[in-house]
Design a protein around this ligand. Sequence first.
Ligand code: DGP
Length: 118
Amino acid sequence: MSENCVFCKIISGELPSTKVYEDEDVLAFRDINPQADVHFLIIPKSHIESLAYVDTSHAGLLGKIMTLASVLAEKEGSINGFRTIVNTGEVGRQDVFHLHFHVLGGDKALPAMIYKRS
Ligand code: DGP
């Protein structure tokens, strides 16, 4: 747990979220500012700042997150595919510095690239 990290506060229950999935290692919850009809985040429960901070010891955790993406996308109603995005650091326009995998989808094709609606 990292003090002042909004996602650590969601994990601890200090801040509310609409949960999609939870186990001992990861939490998935709907994005507060959805950019598609389906938009949720999958995060590790351990505080890792970004994808730039992972190493081989995180391989199992990252594999679990990637595997969950397709299962949870379908559960959330994205039947015919989805997009995963991991914004990393300043160049990647990362806003929350707790590693998170965006999963976006729905029942219609997404734009070729994602631009923030607001
Ligand atoms: P990024 O720009 O990749 O760091 O995306 C951060 C995402 O986190 C952004 O799409 C909005 C979402 N977000 C930020 N704060 C909260 C929150 O308190 N609750 C939820 N559910 N999502 C949040």
